[in-house]
Each structure stands twice: as C-alpha cells, then as structure tokens.
Design a protein around this ligand. Structure first.
Ligand SMILES: [Fe+2]
Ligand SMILES: [Fe+2]
Length: 192
C-alpha cells in the first residue's frame, strides 16, 4: 500500500510548470525590452498558490506530516522542520513574485521566480528520495488506510479533479504561447 504515489504525481506537474517558467525566463532574458514572462506570470503564480501550495502542500502539512510525527515512524532523523521551512520560503518567493507583477518589475519577478524554481526542485528531490521512502517504510498499514481516507476527503473538499483539469489546460495554453513567441523571436526582422 502506497501513500505517496499521488503526491509524486503532483510533484511531476509542479516540476513541469517550473521547467516551463524557466523557458519563459530564458526567452525573456534573450529578448530584452519584451515582457513575455510578465504578461503570463499571473498564471504561474496562480498555479503555485492553488495547486502547489493550497492543494499539494496542504495534503503534506495537514495529513502526511501528522502521520510522520507519530513516535517511531521517523527512526533516523526528522526532516519535517526543514520541509516546513522550505514551504514557507516558497510562499515568501511567491509573495515577492506577486508584488513584482503588480509593480511591473520584470527583473525582480525573474529573480524570485528563479529562486522559487531552484528551491522547489531541491525540495521535491528530497521528498521523493528521502522523506517519502521514510513514510512508506515507517507508517503502518492500518494508519495508511486512515491516511488515504483523509486524502480522499481533502481531495473532494478541494475539488481535486477540477483543479487538475484546470492546470493541465493552462499548462498547454502557456506552452503553446511560448512556442509562438519562440518562433516569432527566431524570425529575422524584415529589412526596410
Ligand atoms: Fe513539501
Ligand atoms: Fe511535496
């Protein structure tokens, strides 16, 4: 019985968004004076807040981490304070991204989006390879059944199916827009 499979699937979408965000940043840095990233950054911030934080981190903080705090589950070390600290750091970067969008500050936006991406990539690597295997090994089957029930309740409460569809669709739209912009930028200017 696995209790981290769905969380790892959520990580995959988060990493896809971070990869796409990096591509927007690179295109914008290669084309100074344009604002490709600034124009679409609200969608990235909405994904990070609604999917990565409200949805995914809520399942971790409110459910999985509680089961990991049961005495005896984490036998070697306790990575939870560091994981919670990194969630808060991520929220801070996203807040700074939001402020940069409001003030139209592209460089500030890029700096904080980049910091967020770096942080989350490393965070997800640690969860996938250290924390989640500890959870699978340490949580007893009877508790895993209760934990999975709690996930189901949380997913219903947060309309998990709708949120997945919404952000997969938005990802496709962002990806298509990026390709159009990459094509437009690669065309040589017509000599007058
Ligand atoms: Fe996390
Ligand atoms: Fe996570």
């Amino acid at each position: 019985m696995q209790v981290t499979y769905d969380l790892m699937e959520e990580h995959k979408l988060i990493v896809k968004y971070i990869d796409l965000m990096d591509q927007y940043i690179h295109l914008n840095q290669a084309n100074q004076g344009e604002a490709f990233f600034l124009e679409k950054a609200d969608i990235f911030v909405s994904f990070i807040r609604n999917f990565a934080d409200t949805f995914h981190h809520a399942k971790e903080e409110d459910i999985l981490f509680r089961y990991l705090e049961v005495p005896g589950v984490l036998s070697h070390c306790n990575p939870l304070p560091q994981m919670l600290f990194e969630h808060d750091q991520g929220r801070h970067f996203v807040q700074l991204m939001k402020m940069a969008i409001q003030n139209g500050e592209l460089n500030h936006l890029i700096e904080n989006a980049w910091n967020y991406g770096q942080l989350l990539r490393a965070h997800i690597y640690k969860e996938d390879n250290i924390l989640y295997p500890m959870a699978e090994a340490g949580i007893q089957d009877k508790d895993k059944i209760r934990l999975l029930d709690e996930y189901r309740e949380a997913e219903e409460r947060m309309s998990s199916q709708a949120i997945w569809i919404e952000y997969k669709d938005k990802y496709k739209t962002l990806e298509e827009h990026l390709h159009e912009m990459q094509l437009a930028c690669s065309k040589p200017a017509i000599a007058m």
